[in-house]
Ligand binder design. Sequence first.
Ligand code: 5SP
Ligand code: FE2
Length: 228
Amino acid sequence: MSDFLIAPSILSADFARLGQEVELVLEAGADIVHFDVMDNHYVPNLTFGSSICKALRNYGVEAIIDVHLMVQPVDSMIESFAKAGANWISFHPEASLHVDRSLQLIKSFGCQAGLAINPATPLSCLDHVMHLLDHILVMSVNPGFGGQQFIPQTLDKLAAIKQKIASSGRQIRLEIDGGVKVDNIRAIAQAGANTFVAGSAIFGQPDYKQVIKDMRTELAEVKTVTPL
Ligand SMILES: O=C(CO)[C@@H](O)[C@H](O)COP(=O)(O)O
Ligand SMILES: [Fe+2]
């Protein structure tokens, strides 16, 4: 897998043509599919569940599906997403009563496990679970909606998490989610991210291939690549 992964968020896709939209964005050069699950409880918005993930697999989508659970409770959703074909599953620590248990549950189904960190979530939540993490999803907006502005303080947070990952000695993907665009992706990568969720920046343009190409051109300028 390459150093930098581009993960379009299907939250901004045309839901009436979801299979085709995912196919188009993968043909346009996307690496993985970011799948935002919102429950109108943990976040004030409602999207889709595991049956839509299964439908994408049935449609023929073979790429990694990166499920971002914005739901509470968490554990009751994990098995159905794993069985529906999710590869990566992340959740918000505030939404789980037993974070270690939820991470172990994700891994017990053979999926990669991640924690999603909100803008105001302290990094201490990572302290005792680094050994269970395959990725950390850093939210650069408050969760619940696409099309929000990138919160600039996230750059310092990324740098701090990058240090934590380096001291852990583990290979943990550092994923950024929210407000990622062609004009800020380079600075975000320079701060330490290596996996980039982008919804409105990609699906909001008529030519998905051009946006992804422009993002990769920016990423090619990054001096220090965060090792995996
Ligand atoms: O998880 C979320 C929002 O809660 C994201 O995945 C958004 O869907 C990203 O959308 P853009 O900010 O890129 O439009
Ligand atoms: Fe997301």
